[in-house]
Design a protein around this ligand. Structure first.
Ligand code: ATP
Ligand code: PRP
Ligand code: MG
Length: 281
């Protein structure tokens, strides 16, 4: 049975579970359940703190896990990213009181509070900066106001928490993160793992593409297909109406309205967009 680690709480938890449901897996019924067994797919899910997931996967006790890229890097565990999952995006930034620092080199000799000591130490070392890293479990934005640190390094999503604490971002981002699928470093993949990867990939494609269908004059078909090349190739079917054809093509969701306008301009009619619920590409 394939054994998968899933975040039990925090920012990644709900979206990770939702993605697995969309990929056809049974998930836990209650937020307190520690495991869920999907016998139909021969997979068992273990709900763990996202920060611990890389450790379980690196030890080989679990085959795959969903966690944040920043948490994987911070853990320095013997696990590797196999696939970015397209949710839980964040950036990791330094922040301080306005005007007290503008680049990482201004941190020389200062105290930096963070929950991600691995990420911060590596960044300071890469920049040749010697500073004291103060480890805190969370709510690190309070550390400057309370006098425990001169600056913080933390996950930033909207930036609202930093603003509330009277802090300002400075310097380059330490890293960009999102939810990722991880496996043991150097571990070989097998059929069951590949199937789960294909399913998750199918969810991501289904989320970012729509199915576009329209009718167009046969003489305009080449120009229409140039606008809607699809992933493999558009499907063309004859229409009962002489001189017209119907086209079906997968199209990027973010582009679809612009493409519909262009198709209409070109003379296409009956332009329809439908959601894709699942796919294997
Ligand atoms: N707005 C956000 N705040 C915090 N973490 C976020 C946010 N958006 C995405 N993440 C990602 O979630 C992961 C942090 O997971 P964690 O379980 O610590 O979430 P959390 O929301 O901080 O929960 P907790 O309340 O337990 O601290 C990191 O990979 C981080 O990049
Ligand atoms: O940029 P924002 O949208 O404000 O989000 C970022 C904040 O959210 C997280 O805190 P969380 O709520 O997880 O609390 P924690 O610090 O105790 O983990 C993170 O550590 C930042 O503080
Ligand atoms: Mg947190």
């Amino acid at each position: 049975m394939l054994r998968i680690a899933v975040p039990n709480k925090g920012s990644l938890s709900e979206a990770a579970t939702q993605m697995l449901v969309e990929a056809g897996y049974r998930q836990r019924r209650a937020a307190r359940d520690l495991t869920a067994t999907d016998t139909a797919n021969d997979v068992q899910f273990f709900y763990l703190r996202p920060r611990d997931i890389a450790t379980y996967v690196a030890s080989g006790d679990l085959d795959l896990g969903i966690t944040g890229r920043d948490l994987l890097v911070d853990s320095a565990a013997e696990a590797e990213e196999t696939m970015a999952l397209g949710f839980g995006g964040s950036t990791f930034r330094y922040a301080c009181r306005p005007g007290t620092a503008s680049t990482v080199t201004d941190l020389e000799g200062k105290r930096i509070a963070t929950s991600f000591t691995g990420v911060v130490r590596a960044n300071l070392a890469a920049n040749g900066v010697s500073a004291t890293v103060v480890h805190l479990d969370g709510a690190v934005e309070n550390a400057v106001g309370l006098g425990v640190a001169d600056a913080v390094a933390d996950v930033v999503s909207t930036g609202a928490t930093l603003r509330q604490a009277g802090l300002e971002i400075f310097g380059e981002p330490l890293m960009e993160s999102e939810a990722i699928l991880i496996r043991r470093r150097g571990g070989s993949s097998n059929g069951a793992q590949d199937q789960l990867l294909r399913r998750l990939h199918g969810v991501m494609v289904a989320r970012s593409y729509v199915m576009l269908a329209y009718d167009v004059l046969a003489e305009d078909l080449e120009r229409a297909c140039a606008l809607t090349p699809g992933i493999e190739s558009p499907t063309i079917s004859p229409l009962h109406r002489e001189g017209w054809v119907a086209v079906q093509s997968m199209t990027e969701r973010a582009e679809v309205h612009r493409i519909m306008d262009d198709l209409y301009e070109l003379g296409a009619r009956g332009i329809l967009v439908t959601d894709i619920h699942a796919c294997r590409i």
